[in-house]
Write a protein that binds this ligand. Sequence first.
Ligand code: ARG
Length: 296
Amino acid sequence: MVYRSPGELDAPLSPPSLPRPQRVVLTTPQHFDVEYVINPHMADNVGSVDRSAATQQWKALRAAYTALDVSPLVVDGRPGLPDMVFCANQTLPFYDPTTDRRGVVLSRMHAEERAGEVPHYAEFFRTLDYAVETLPDDLEGSFEGMGDALWHPGRFLLWGGHGFRTAPAVYDAISALLDVPILLLELKDPDYYHLDTCLCPLNEDTVLIAPAAFDETGRALIREGFDTVIEAPDGEARHQFACNAHCPDGTHVLIQEGCDGTIERLREHGFVPVELDTGEFLKAGGSVFCLKQMIW
Ligand code: ARG
């Protein structure tokens, strides 16, 4: 149930439907900073975060979700964990509509500096009565949650990125654990180190991508999975994280401000862009999508 190319799909995939997650988790930025370099975007930014600007930007993000009727659940950031604010990375939330079971698969962070974030999220999800699952002990390799594993909107189907942060073998384990089909995409360019930096599923039929992040096999698999593929201009995707946008409801797209080419293309396809300044978080290599976690 793990597919790497269109040729491996013997029949068109028809996974069962899955309701959109309705709740959003955000983590407070009071300890956010760039203290080390674990992706190319962080280089030259150590010590450069303006914490009060970051707090204002985070509050505007929270307000944008509230305005869309998605009321945020807030986790407190912890001292010594400057990337904890990127709450998409420590877990993969799941929901099984047939059994009404909610849970998360815990990540295994690639960088030692981020390992300490995961137990705080395990604790948080336990307080929500979520099942907290771990990858098998005898399986090697890291996994960075919804940095790399993205739900296809409206479908019980995952897209799995690998190449920089997540090991491909992890997806065999996740597919078995959740009984879910997974379409694998190899990431080819270090600026696009997580799948959520270059692939943004908007609704069941439409995706926004940064084509340069993938090879031809990956792009073909994406075209197989979505009727409409919107391409972001490479400069906007690479430097302004245009594809690290988030469409919580199939219509509105929360996106870094100034991604003008991308925004125009989104409008042409009937989406309603909501521009936000995430400039302080771009210094760490993240924007809207990785600053939130959607849960059921
Ligand atoms: N500094 C963080 C890291 O490199 C940023 C994570 C951003 N998250 C994301 N899903 N792209 O791990």
